[in-house]
Design a protein around this ligand. Structure first.
Ligand SMILES: [Zn+2]
Length: 217
């Protein structure tokens, strides 16, 4: 079995995704991409994260999605993950979740806006919402990649959230941050209209974020 450590990492972050309340039941999926080999490791379809073992993680070929290792069916969103890696050459991990607050805004077909500076973790001042497409389709992958632009996250209409990063740790922490921002938007709107940080200040924040935090994570 190849890539035992990366398989462990996916299993670990799957559990964290459940613990952090980003995913309920078997929803959501995680992957890691290996650009030199053009291979992707992805969570299996319909398995609870608590029960998933390293050998359940499916290894697929990037070019056509052929299963190279694993007896499990890959996540039904494997084409979505591959589509993001094709559109974003720097991405090494993708996380997809049906986290409640981000999904609320995806159902409104609304972007997440800068109600809190933490949205800058996405690399942009707002997180777009992609056009609706059926789950598990190539069309969903295309719409997500198209809407994402320079952002490292996108809302999938009437569906959920997708984040990317240079590591699974980055994609995971971005998902947590955006769920927080979406909750703030929902809560502030329930008592009035929140003040959104303007574009000039968000440009300043984005600049500061380039040197914020630990380099290795
Ligand atoms: Zn989904």
């Amino acid at each position: 079995m190849r890539y035992p450590e990366l398989r462990e990492e996916i299993v670990e972050y799957g559990k964290r995704m459940s613990q952090a309340g980003l995913s309920t039941g078997t929803s959501g999926n995680l992957s890691i991409y290996l650009p030199e080999q053009d291979e992707m490791l992805i969570t299996p379809s319909g398995m609870a994260y608590a029960d998933t073992l390293p050998e359940d993680i499916v290894l697929m070929r990037g070019a056509d999605g052929k299963v190279l290792e694993g007896s499990r069916k890959p996540s039904s969103e494997w084409a979505l993950h591959l589509g993001i890696y094709q559109a974003k050459p720097d991405a090494r991990a993708v996380l997809h979740a049906h986290s409640t607050y981000c999904t609320v805004f995806s159902c409104m077909h609304e972007p997440l806006v800068a109600v809190h500076y933490g949205i800058a973790a996405s690399g942009a001042a707002s997180v777009p919402c992609a056009e609706y497409a059926t789950f598990g389709t190539q069309e969903l992958a295309q719409e997500a990649a198209l809407a994402m632009g320079n952002c490292n996250a996108v809302l999938l209409a009437n569906h959920g959230l997708l984040t990317t990063g240079v590591s699974l740790a980055k994609a995971f922490s971005l998902a947590e941050e955006l769920e927080f921002v979406a909750e703030l938007l929902w809560r502030t709107r329930s008592i009035g209209q929140p003040v959104i940080i303007d574009d000039a200040e968000m440009a300043n924040v984005l600049e500061r974020y380039k040197t914020y935090g630990q380099k290795t994570s």
